[in-house]
Write a protein that binds this ligand. Sequence first.
Ligand SMILES: Cc1cc2nc3c(=O)[nH]c(=O)nc-3n(C[C@H](O)[C@H](O)[C@H](O)COP(=O)(O)OP(=O)(O)OC[C@H]3O[C@@H](n4cnc5c(N)ncnc54)[C@H](O)[C@@H]3O)c2cc1C
Length: 438
Amino acid sequence: MEKFDLTILGGGILGTCLSYWSSLLYEGKIAVLEKEKDVALHTSGRNTGVVHRPFYLNPEKKKVFARSAQISYHLWKKYALLRNLPWKEIGTIEVAVEKEEVNSLEKYMSWALQNGMDESEVEYLSGEQVRAKEPYVHCLGAVFSKTDTSVDYKSFTSSIKEEARDQGVDFLFNFEVGKIFVENELLKIVNSRDGSIIETKFLINCLGGQAIDCAHKMRVGMEYTDLHFRGEYWQIHPDQAKCIERNIYSVPRHKELPFLDPHWIVRSDGRREIGPNAVLVSGAETYSGFFNSAGELLKKIFERPMTNKFKLFTNPEFLKLAKEEWMSSISKKNMLKRVQRFIPHLKSNFLIQKGSAGVRSSVIDPNGCFAKEVVELESPTSYHILNYNSPGATGAPAYTAFLIDKLEKKGLLKGLKKRKIGLKSFWDYEEIMENFNF
Ligand SMILES: Cc1cc2nc3c(=O)[nH]c(=O)nc-3n(C[C@H](O)[C@H](O)[C@H](O)COP(=O)(O)OP(=O)(O)OC[C@H]3O[C@@H](n4cnc5c(N)ncnc54)[C@H](O)[C@@H]3O)c2cc1C
């Protein structure tokens, strides 16, 4: 049986970045368990691919996401240059279409600076000024975030995996985390594919959409539940792609709920897409249809705690919006209509085929409300990261550095030994920690 000091569950961008920092700073046996044959085959490789600047993040309510995104922008920029990975700084124009949305723009201008962006990176634009830059975009005003960047998070994660491997991390692929039990004060983790078992002193759960199920298996976070929302994209015909050069996002109309209008996106390879919507589905990997199997659907409906979801499902606004999202999954016309609010020029024949889809798993608290921040839960032998949603890919390198520091301070990394002479890194750990000034 293989034995590890630290085991990270999940080879998404979160687990992979965490394995990088832990092996950089500590000596000991570290493993990443991933059920697929490579990293980033789920949400981390199926997202919009934007390094989000934090102008739209409330610095109080979304402090961790905002700080992580701000610090990580500079980390990813340096890394992309070093490893020659795609980095297209194309900018995002976030538009207000209705009068009441204009107030949000003023807030965004101030949040941008509070979150550490430079004044030169953001500009308030009137509707006329937007049209001068992007003639096909209709709005009353906008915030232009000039340094938003298109990247490929799959290639970022794969590259960080290689760095972590060079530092000694074992990536165990085709390892589907099943049963977890304690024996002689050590955790045993069973691979449900072949029954093999590994032993570890401590585990960090970074299982994305399945993180809550794993936490519940260990009787942690029993007060929370989650729902899965699939974000779908439509590809734009190459002949029409050039008509808009920047990302176009619209101000969210329903701030407490995870429903945004789809955006116009410029991918790092130049393709344009619209999306994502947020279609309620039964599983974290339900990439088509609304459920993978009747069993999965029933499990989702009846899983405990049921009151969280019951409270949410009695919210008429949630039900109305969820229905609209389902409609935009079934009907291309419906999806199109939502983007035509701010790009009226867009026609049905510009949308040539569906692109990839990614699933966001949102945690619901006992009041029936969606968690706004990342949810961290601990037990003496485990730490669990839930609700690690957008802009999670942006913030991953800084957030995971912050996490390692926190675990060390809590005395949870007992099995590992701090390196006396640190390994060389392209990122400056001390500087990152100084920037997490809370
Ligand atoms: C539609 C969409 C668009 C987004 N756009 C952006 C964006 O533009 N910019 C941004 O910053 N963020 C974006 N995000 C958010 C970002 O993608 C996520 O925050 C991030 O990818 C989460 O990474 P993760 O490692 O936590 O999860 P994941 O990437 O889902 O990784 C979890 C891993 O765990 C593995 N796993 C699950 N169960 C098991 C098991 N039992 N055993 C072993 N392995 C298991 C999975 O195979 C997977 O590889 C977007 C998200 C969505 C859904």
